[in-house]
Design a protein around this ligand. Structure first.
Ligand code: ADP
Ligand code: MG
Length: 477
């Protein structure tokens, strides 16, 4: 493409902007790019199919007219969806926008065209947008585990989902904020599922993205009356990831919608990664409106909660994979070490499941350690004390600490003693003589013998290896 072409494109964009106004321009055309100009055909690309169909049905003539004003040789404009991955591999599409004698220029639509006419405003794309973002069937109240960090958010969500049409709205909006992976989307979708199942009020769940590119634009084409009609149909508007709402005009529409719904006594539920006061790009009055209902934060998932979530996940997975079993020590290990983020918990279990399915090997602590290594929270290695080793080992094998230090040679004491010496050698920097001294004044060769003995055994004895892994875990956390 020549510089001259790029220059023309800049001018066309200027013209377009002047004709449709800054707001419309930044909503629809900001991400449009020039791909090529050939034989009077201009090829433009946009990143999504939705944008393509929207521009086709609403701005086809304008775009062509702007080009023709710039360059009289242009007779057609083609609009394509550019592939995010393989820019150069975008196949050359069939000519799409044609200047016809009868109807003027137009973009034939993809598949939805009726009788040669472009789709009317409110085509499938828009209905789909108004119909809400897709819901994940697994994200329900049933699968949501309640713990200290989310009790309040959960209770508020339940209340919203169960409210009857005639009930006074208790808090509006309900605004839930939390860091990534802490269950916001889960809770919002649970509200939507439950509300829909109750059938009392129509629930509309939208991501901020969908709100920007679907809902708002659908509203824009409506008259004030139709807008009110649309809102009347919505009982509860649920918006996820509000922090992604961008652009002045979108925010204005959002504010308008929010006010209209709240004033009409409709429930609004919002999730975001930060409190209203930190949504910097929003105007003060929107922020204060957002903060005017109930604002609840969900904290990091505590260890207990993580364990419960994991257990619930394993149960759910077993519905499809009956042979899948994860021993409790493995679950505890994951709950303890993997990051606080719910997504990593899910990721960790998925790996165990995949490994188990592919190899047929049962899930063990050792395998879990290998599989989830990169999800583990970085942790200060803890200094292990010999007393701790003795205490933990004694408890594990149900002997007393003085038994371990004694000279008794019965099997039920000898093995635990050897294990404890082995752990003392591998987990501390103490020398063999020092360890011998700490175990009732034994010789360093006794310690060496114990260490070699256990090293030899763990190679063949899986149960013992596992036991020792568990002991190490306990000592190191
Ligand atoms: P967010 O939207 O806050 O980033 P998600 O709702 O997508 O987080 O949660 C991430 C993952 O963690 C999901 O798989 C979700 O089901 C799970 N999760 C988070 N909190 C809980 C919980 N309290 N009970 C059950 N699963 C949870
Ligand atoms: Mg989310």
């Amino acid at each position: 493409m020549s510089n001259a072409d790029q220059e023309s494109w800049s001018k066309v964009k200027e013209r377009l902007r002047a004709e449709v106004g800054d707001d419309v321009y930044s909503s629809w055309f900001a991400r449009m790019e020039l791909e090529a100009i050939e034989d009077g055909t201009v090829r433009l690309s946009v990143p999504t199919r939705f944008l393509k169909s929207w521009i086709q049905s609403h701005y086809a003539e304008k775009v062509l007219a702007c080009w023709q004003a710039q360059d009289a040789k242009v007779v057609r404009v083609e609009l394509i969806v550019r592939s995010a991955v393989l820019r150069s591999a975008v196949p050359k599409p069939k000519p799409e926008l044609e200047s016809t004698a009868a109807g003027g220029p137009r973009f034939p639509s993809t598949g939805t065209q009726v009788n040669g006419r472009p789709p009317a405003a409110g085509d499938a794309g828009v209905h789909e947008a108004l119909g809400g973002s897709p819901l994940d069937a697994r994200l329900s109240f049933e699968s949501f585990v309640v713990g200290r960090s989310n009790t309040l958010a959960h209770a508020a969500a339940k209340q919203v989902a169960a409210a009857k049409r005639a009930d006074p709205v208790m808090f509006n909006p309900l605004y839930i904020h939390a860091g990534v992976g802490l269950g916001k989307t889960h809770l919002l979708q649970a509200i939507t599922w439950a509300g829909n199942a109750a059938g009392e009020r129509k629930m509309l769940y939208l991501t901020a993205e969908k709100f920007m590119y679907g809902f708002v634009s659908a509203l824009r084409t409506q008259t004030a009356l139709a807008f009110k009609e649309t809102l009347r149909g919505i009982g509860v508007l649920v918006i996820d990831d509000l922090q992604f709402l961008q652009g002045k005009s979108t925010q204005a529409e959002f504010c308008h919608t929010l006010n209209a719904l709240i004033d009409a006594g409709r429930q609004v539920v919002i999730a975001s990664d930060r409190p209203p006061s930190e949504l910097e790009s929003l105007e003060d009055r929107v922020r204060s409106r957002l903060g005017g209902g109930l604002v609840v934060e969900m904290g990091p998932l505590g260890e207990e909660l993580r364990l419960e979530i994991l257990k619930a996940r394993v149960m759910a997975a077993r519905a499809h994979h009956p042979g899948f079993d994860v021993p409790l020590p493995v679950l505890s290990y994951i709950a303890k070490t993997v990051t606080h983020n719910g997504r990593d918990l899910e990721g960790a279990l998925n790996r165990l499941l995949a490994h188990n399915k592919l190899t047929g090997h049962p899930v063990t602590l050792e395998m879990a350690e290998r599989e989830v290594r990169d999800l583990i929270r970085p942790q200060e290695p803890k200094r292990v004390k010999i007393e701790d080793i003795q205490r933990v080992v004694a408890r594990q094998y149900n002997v007393s600490r003085s038994d371990l230090l004694s000279s008794r040679r019965t099997a039920n004491v000898v093995r635990p003693r050897q294990v404890a010496m082995y752990l003392a050698k591998t987990l501390t920097l103490r020398s063999l003589p020092e360890i011998g001294r700490r175990f009732g004044g034994r010789d360093h060769t006794t310690v060496l013998h114990a260490v070699r003995k256990i090293e030899g055994l763990v190679g063949n004895d899986m149960a013992l290896a596992e036991e020792i892994e568990i002991l190490k875990r306990q000592l190191q956390e």
